[in-house]
Design a protein around this ligand. Structure first.
Ligand code: ZN
Length: 302
């Protein structure tokens, strides 16, 4: 029987599931809609209960905010989500007790960052940032392949950005109004224009404004964390030419202050699209599962 890992990427609208050991060795994959916690997790469990595999561990990269503090009574929970029924759902406990294997737990962006670090555009990058721009804006930082946790986890999408001259949009973040997510996420674009981003022409001037905000966000993230690479994933940056506009904005905001090639001629190697595309999160969850076994082995080794 094959010894494999399970990967789960839990999203607000769908869960992506994977069984395998790496992107080139996938035994099975599926997508299920996110409905109620009970129904969704039941389908996740059913997917992993297969007679032809020996499941060693499961990695779960989830939408959040999530509790990552192993000493906390709510570790393994999605915490204050407005998504009906999901607040304080303990995903780790449910999957662990039903499947009888260790369950590793991370944010969806950290899962994607880990996938990119292991197999994608961020290989061998000591200080790596992954930012996703879609339904929300999130970010994760990995130091030598380990996601950084502190008080909670990074919330790069909620940094404040300077409001562009003449922009009267109030922003859609219920907590901060005009934070990066409030001004530049997919729903913010839709609220500004009345149209989903994928239907807006690539030469529409709205993309210059979008790039101004995303560029300001990446400028701050770059200055604070000094990453060697920033991977920009999610649906919005797939708009033709948008990533190039963001790069120009970051170079321009630097004003030549940091004299590193990454911020001038080398910017195409500094701000990059994901190597694993939209599957970085669920693929990274396989690596999360593998790492959880490794850290367990380290703990029990005398
Ligand atoms: Zn916010």
């Amino acid at each position: 029987m094959r010894r494999v890992f399970g990967g789960v990427e839990g999203g607000g609208t769908k869960f992506k599931l994977l069984i395998g050991t790496d992107p080139h060795d996938i035994v099975a994959q599926a997508q299920i809609p996110t409905t109620t916690p009970d129904e969704t997790l039941e389908r996740v469990i059913a997917f992993f209960r297969r007679p032809d595999i020996e499941l060693a561990a499961v990695g779960c990269a989830s939408f959040g905010p999530i509790d990552l503090d192993t000493r906390s009574p709510t570790y393994g929970c999605i915490t204050t989500t407005p998504k009906p029924g999901w607040a304080y759902t303990n995903v780790v406990r449910t999957l662990g007790s039903e499947l009888g294997v260790p369950v590793a737990w991370e944010t969806d962006t950290a899962g994607a960052a880990l996938g990119e670090y292991t197999w994608g555009a961020g290989r061998h990058i000591e200080v790596l940032v992954y930012v996703t721009v879609g339904t929300g804006i999130g970010g994760a930082v990995l130091i030598n392949g380990r996601p950084v946790h502190g008080l909670l986890h990074a919330e790069m999408g909620h940094v404040l950005v300077p409001v562009a001259d003449g922009d009267t949009f109030a922003g859609i973040c219920p907590y901060h109004g005009q934070c990066l997510e409030g001004m530049a996420s997919g729903p913010a674009l839709r609220a500004r224009t009345g149209r989903p981003g994928e239907t807006i022409a690539p030469d529409d001037p709205i993309w210059d404004l979008e790039a101004a905000y995303l560029g300001a966000g990446l400028h701050q993230i770059g200055y604070v964390l000094s990453p060697q690479k920033i991977i920009v994933g999610g649906g919005v940056p797939q708009t033709p030419h948008l990533l190039e506009k963001i790069r120009r904005q970051v170079t321009s905001l630097n004003h030549g202050y940091l004299a590193h090639p990454a911020l001038s001629g080398g910017i195409r190697d500094y701000i990059v699209p994901p190597g694993l595309g939209a599957d970085a999160g669920v693929i990274g969850a396989l690596e999360l599962a593998r790492q959880s076994l490794q850290s367990h082995a380290d703990q029990v080794r005398p």
